[in-house]
Design a protein. Structure first.
Length: 276
């Protein structure tokens, strides 16, 4: 379970991505002031990433606390060795970061999928819900999170609890992480080069693209039905680059309580919400 720190006025939130660290200063009204991203070399290790974080800390100015978003375990497990999403990075703990960063401020660490859901629960599509879940479908993986009465369900290391993780569950055509991610969807139609193109072509009447979204929705629905039966969420927030295409397959999800994420910076807002 997560415990919140006392309220802070200005929070520096940092999200470690595959090419850069995104950062913003967020106030108690959830106003997001984005900072210049700090690039990460392609084969960066932990020392290089820590240096990029130090650069952001130096540029942030006066803040009251720092929230750091680490890659979720599913992202770390699916990435190539030596990349940003290394297992070593995902396994960094709050105490290690506190020791390695020149920061005397309150500091908290949260995994990406937990941060997205916490942000949506704090100020977005899951606000006011007792039992909310998130499924974040990225280009190369699928992550998930669950929150009950304001408390994230976590394992002892702060990652989503095992029962919450959807990536390793079976789906109609294989394993969720392999078959329901963005690159698997694009592999079904080689003449389409991005999820944005796939969505745009479906919206303008391309029947093949429309059918592909429908088939994807059917596969997702089968997975979510068993997952929901275990966790009983009353709201499932769909995040990631696929979220905007939800209207193209929402009908085949039936009565599942699925909505699209509503915050463009949900993870950063979630990191700041640790101090709300």
């Amino acid at each position: 379970m997560f415990q919140h720190h006392p309220q802070a006025e200005m929070i520096l939130a940092m999200a470690i991505g595959d090419k850069a660290i995104r950062a913003a200063v967020i106030d108690r009204a959830n106003c997001v002031s984005a900072l210049q991203p700090s690039p990460i070399p392609t084969h960066a290790g932990v020392p290089e990433i820590l240096q990029a974080m130090r650069n952001i800390l130096a540029a942030a100015g006066n803040v009251d606390a720092v929230g750091i978003i680490l890659p979720s375990p599913a992202a770390a497990a699916s990435a190539s060795t030596g990349g940003t999403y290394s297992a070593a990075l995902a396994a960094l703990h709050e105490c290690e970061l506190r020791a390695k960063l020149p920061c005397a401020l309150p500091l908290r660490v949260i995994h990406y999928s937990n941060a997205v859901l916490l942000g949506e629960a704090h100020a977005g599509a899951a606000q006011g819900r007792r039992r909310a879940a998130a499924v974040i479908i990225g280009h190369g993986g699928v992550d998930s999170a669950m929150i009950i009465d304001g408390q994230l369900l976590c394992d002892p290391l702060g990652a989503p609890a095992a029962i919450v993780r959807i990536a390793d569950r079976p789906c109609r055509v294989g394993r969720v992480a392999d078959e329901l991610c963005g690159q698997a969807l694009l592999a079904r139609m080689p003449d389409v080069h991005s999820l944005a193109e796939l969505e745009a072509r479906a919206r303008t009447g391309d029947f093949r693209c429309q059918r592909l979204w429908t088939d994807f929705g059917l596969d997702l629905a089968e997975t979510l039905q068993t997952w929901q039966a275990d966790l009983l969420p009353d709201r499932i927030v769909l995040g990631g680059p696929i979220a905007g295409a939800l209207p193209l397959f929402r009908e085949v999800l039936g009565d599942l309580p699925v909505v699209a994420a509503s915050l463009p910076d949900a993870a950063l807002v979630g990191a700041a919400a640790l101090f709300a």
